[in-house]
Ligand binder design. Sequence first.
Ligand code: ITT
Length: 199
Amino acid sequence: MKPVIYLATQNLHKIEEIKDLLGDLFDIHTVFELNLLVEIPETGNTLEENSRQKAEFIANHFHVSCLSDDSGLEVNALGGKPGVFSARYAGESKDDSANMQKLLGELYGIADRSARFVTVLTYHHQGDFYTFEGEILGQIVDTPRGEHGFGYDPIFQPHGYEKTFAEMTLAEKNQLAHRARAMQKFKQFIQTAGVLHGN
Ligand code: ITT
């Protein structure tokens, strides 16, 4: 039987990607099964702090093994913004297309389009917390392209590829993206550290 893990995220797109990446190792459950009536807090100043905060929140309330994901897009010409503010870049409504429009507006006329996507995962198991980071380098395109994915996917094109993340299928994105790279480290840890017993 596969060990149970709860995903400490309320983002349905992340859940879909993580299920595809991790479903072979874990019996995956979501916080929607825990009767969580509030938004998981994320008030930190870094992706690491937010990731830890989300995992701690679910661990403290429900005492389950869980995995959180805090991700951000860092644009070099904007000094690393939106970074930790990626979700609410254009306001509290967490509106993907407003966030992209704001970013494209700020980059208008700027030649340096280089950026990176980062994911910080935090795994909680029996009182211990473990962190895993993945990144991918790429560039911000001039106009959004593609229908797949979520968030900033239509404007991020990874280095060495002609497609934006939103022009890739979920399977293609999961071959190379930031979340997949962090997940690869987590899976290696799980398979070598033997922390899984007694879930
Ligand atoms: P949870 O906190 O519930 O996990 P969230 O959507 O608030 O969900 P984040 O704080 O990590 O998650 O938000 C980061 C922002 O970056 C948010 O606007 C996402 O849409 C975006 N984002 C995260 N991962 C992404 C990805 O793989 N591709 C494109 N955009 C992504």
